[in-house]
Design a protein around this ligand. Structure first.
Ligand code: AMP
Length: 419
């Protein structure tokens, strides 16, 4: 099936073809017809599958078809997203796809002044993309009327729950009409998510699950290497130097770590920048734009700030620190290999992180490929750093032996399990 064959407005088809999309992705193929018919949808789809366009295309079409001219628009579609970055990205997809329609789109999030937002809402918009906090502020002040919402979208619902927005989601329901279309998108599924999903969608909702067996998309190669905490910076330095022009997204555990890694890279003359909750919203946006455009090649990020964001052409994702959960792992590596591109992701696992690694693999349902770093390669990577005053006397042999013993144990355990 091609996009040309869909019964959607010509203006939307023009935008789709300008974007270079030829045929729908899996999630689009499965959800567009249902959403066009006005059905509720409950979709489990990992990031990078094209899920934003999967809801944006049919929503734009429906709103365009039934647009009443000359009347101020109330909000007709509300899209809730967990973070600023994702909200802006979703807004961008709606704008790009809706460029040749009369449907209006607006995005509100915290971290910026409220007055321009209130003015814009007074004029009326068709599609409103929000982060929960600011939306509630505006609703409680009476500046935002949600009583005429026809379609509600919850994007990355699992992440919204992680961030503690569950109460906000329930609260917003009180302001929405009960007769509405609800589209619920989540990258992962568990009992809690099922509960909330079923409480929001109608019982005959269409259920769609994309690649449930392997949560990491097929076009992403991902592997893990054993690297000690104090050596991680040398390996990052080495990787950057080996691929100086590659767009690389580096994940760390905390904002403090992000700044430290940036400093470590500065010492070896590598330019990087950070994105995390400790930075001003405007700075974050500037950094993101620079990374998007390719002016900045290396971005060091924490989970919260970078989750869900779509950056074109990220070639490498590096888990400088392992994430705490398999869901986070899936989200992180999903920053590369977007759409039809291929991507690579590497994780650095230190002694302290081996337990977390085992848990992640358990939840992924399969082991992650081990990247073999030979003793000589390990020693060379550390020895080749440009970092001044580095103590290069290290007991490599002991370190490598220890890794090998661990690996043997792991293999034996796996064999035993298979039997
Ligand atoms: P998403 O999962 O919505 O974040 O989308 C991931 C990426 O896939 C984005 O960069 C989209 O531009 C791209 N994409 C979405 N739909 C298609 C399509 N039908 N063909 C090719 N790329 C697509």
């Amino acid at each position: 099936m091609k996009f040309e064959d869909y019964r959607i407005a010509d203006g939307i088809k023009t935008s789709i073809s300008k974007l270079g999309y030829k045929k729908p992705t899996d999630i689009q193929f499965k959800s567009i017809p249902a959403i066009l018919k006005g059905e509720d949808v409950l979709a489990i789809a990992q990031t990078g599958t094209g899920k934003t366009a999967a809801f944006a295309i049919p929503i734009l079409h429906r709103l365009q078809e039934r647009k009443v001219l000359g009347r101020p628009n109330a909000v007709r579609c509300l899209v809730m997203t967990p973070t600023h970055e994702l909200a802006l990205q979703v807004d961008n997809v709606f704008r790009t796809l809706g460029k040749h329609t009369r449907v209006t789109t607006y995005c509100i999030h915290g971290g910026v002044g409220q007055d321009p937002q209130k003015e814009k809402l007074e004029d009326g918009v068709d599609i409103l993309i929000v982060t929960p906090g600011r939306m509630f502020d505006l609703v409680s002040q009476g500046a935002l009327d949600l009583s005429r919402v026809e379609t509600l979208v919850l994007d990355e619902a699992d992440h919204m729950l992680d961030l503690g927005f569950i109460k906000d989601i329930r609260d917003v329901m009180r302001h929405l009409p009960t007769r509405r279309q609800t589209l619920f998108f989540s990258a992962t599924i568990n009992e809690e998510i099922k509960d909330i999903a079923y409480s929001l969608v109608r019982s005959q909702a269409i259920r769609i699950q994309i690649s449930p067996k392997d949560p990491v998309a097929k076009n992403i190669e991902h592997a893990v290497a054993y690297i000690e905490m104090d050596d991680k910076r040398f390996f990052l330095e080495g990787m950057i130097n080996n691929h100086p022009d590659a767009k690389t997204l580096v994940f760390v555990r905390t904002k403090v770590r992000a700044e430290r890694v940036k400093k470590a890279m500065e010492r070896v003359k590598l330019i990087t920048d950070t994105i995390h909750s400790g930075r001003e919203h405007a700075d974050r946006e500037r950094t993101m734009n620079s990374f998007r455009s390719g002016a900045l090649k290396i971005l060091i990020a924490t989970d919260v700030s970078a989750r869900g964001i779509d950056i074109p052409n990220v070639e490498y994702v590096i888990n400088y620190d392992l994430p705490e959960t398999a869901a986070q792992y899936v989200h992180r590596v999903g920053r590369t290999g977007r759409g039809t591109n291929k991507g690579q992701a590497y994780s650095f696992c230190s002694k302290e992180e081996k337990e977390v690694l085992a848990e992640i693999e358990e939840n992924l349902g399969k082991p992650i490929t081990r990247l073999k770093v030979t003793k000589a390669e390990y020693a060379n990577t550390v020895a080749n750093t440009l970092e001044p005053e580095i103590d290069k006397k290290y007991d490599w042999q002991a370190l490598i032996d220890e890794h090998q013993v661990e690996e043997e144990k792991r293999k034996k355990k796996k064999k035993k399990k298979r039997k």
